[in-house]
Write a new protein. Structure first.
Length: 373
């Protein structure tokens, strides 16, 4: 996530901010420009960018869900790109559902922002058989968070901190967040959108064959693998080749967990680079000098200019420093993962798939920038 400032007074503001705390100007995110705009205008809905840009309008769900995204003025009264992707949600008239949906939509907007930054295809309902949509569900019947044929479903119980922490402890997970759920399930979507021969127009058989080599036989019986995993647990050596225990259940889950982890890394590195976070590394007692191998100088362009190995070279020292800071405050590790060589190879493959998808999008849109642009 990039750092954002109010374009009127240059105060640092959060991506989700509906207004600037310093100057009071309303703020709104324009997904077309990728900018958090400073707004003018006395109307409750129609606003104009403070930089003299075109007139914009608030998302239709600004009041109900606190969405700060914008639409062109001629589309006033409609939902923004992110909110329009939600095809199902419980009645917003009920306070508990409205609060849960608002929390889920905050995480989803971060996801959609990142997908746009990576130039991955985000196709809404009705556009094609590869359309993407979200179902935010709650009720007496059990809801299963998952993905099926382009629909990403989230159990809104996950927005309750107590429920999420209890589930996290129950399954022995080191990390469980709403954004993490979305990133995992969108990984399933992009497997079918970009790699699976079941959906035409993907990236081609070469990458799919490589995916089979890297992750294993994705056509293996999923139900049987799931039952075995929950009955017997993961293999004792899963950490040598998988980013999580759940990833070891089946090659498709391995892909989704690795894809989500790639999004975690890419987003955090972009944030660190945007804020100018540098890690010099600890001083070596033997030499009195800092070890360059333990230093990190993240750049938003590292993946493009130097490749994914360079991203990992920055990522590992950064996480070591972040974990040490967390421990200093009596907290658990902020980044509770290990990245053995086999996992790094899988992450590098995900990077190649995303880069190939962005390159194809660039050709289709006559020169749009690649990932990180």
């Amino acid at each position: 996530m990039r750092a954002f400032t109010c374009r009127h007074c240059h105060e640092l503001v959060a991506f989700e901010s509906p207004g600037c705390a310093r100057c009071g100007r309303p703020l709104g995110f324009d997904p077309l420009s990728g900018a958090l705009e400073s707004l003018e205008g006395s109307g409750a809905d129609l606003v104009r960018t403070g930089t003299g840009g075109p007139s914009m309008a608030r998302c239709r769900l600004y009041r109900e869900l606190g969405c700060n995204w914008l639409v062109p003025a001629e589309q006033a009264g409609t939902a923004c790109l992110s909110c329009s992707l939600t095809a199902s949600r419980p009645p917003l008239g009920q306070h508990e559902y409205r609060a849960a949906c608002a929390k889920a939509e905050v995480a989803k907007r971060r996801l959609i922002y990142q997908l746009l930054q990576l130039h991955l295809p985000v196709v809404g309902a009705g556009a094609s058989e590869r359309a993407l949509s979200f179902a935010l569900l709650a009720g007496e019947s059990r809801v299963v968070t998952g993905h099926c044929e382009g629909v990403v479903t989230l159990d809104l119980n996950e927005t309750d901190d107590v429920f999420r922490e209890q589930t996290k402890a129950q399954f022995g997970e080191p990390y469980r967040t709403i954004l993490g759920h979305f990133r995992h399930e969108i990984g399933h979507y992009y497997w079918f959108r970009l790699l699976s021969p079941a959906w035409p127009g993907g990236l081609g058989g070469g990458l799919l064959n490589e995916a089979r080599r890297v992750f294993g036989d994705y056509e293996r019986d999923y139900a049987a693998a799931r039952d075995t995993h929950y009955a017997n647990g993961p293999a004792g050596d899963w950490g040598r080749s998988h980013v999580s225990a759940y990833a070891s259940m089946h090659p498709l889950e391995d892909w989704a967990e690795t894809f989500a982890h790639y999004l975690h890394i890419w987003d955090a590195v972009q944030t660190a680079a945007s804020f100018g976070v540098l890690v010099g590394g600890p001083v070596d007692d033997r030499t009195g000098r800092r070890d360059p191998a333990l230093a990190s100088a993240p750049s938003e362009d590292t993946a493009l200019l130097e490749g994914f190995d360079a991203v990992i070279a920055d990522w590992v020292p950064l996480t070591q420093a972040l974990n040490a800071l967390n421990r200093s405050l009596g907290k658990d590790d902020l980044y509770p993962f290990e990245l053995p060589p086999a996992v790094i190879s899988k992450l590098a493959f995900v990077h190649r798939v995303i880069t190939a998808a962005a390159a194809r999008a660039q050709l289709l849109t006559n020169g749009a920038p690649g990932p990180g642009g």
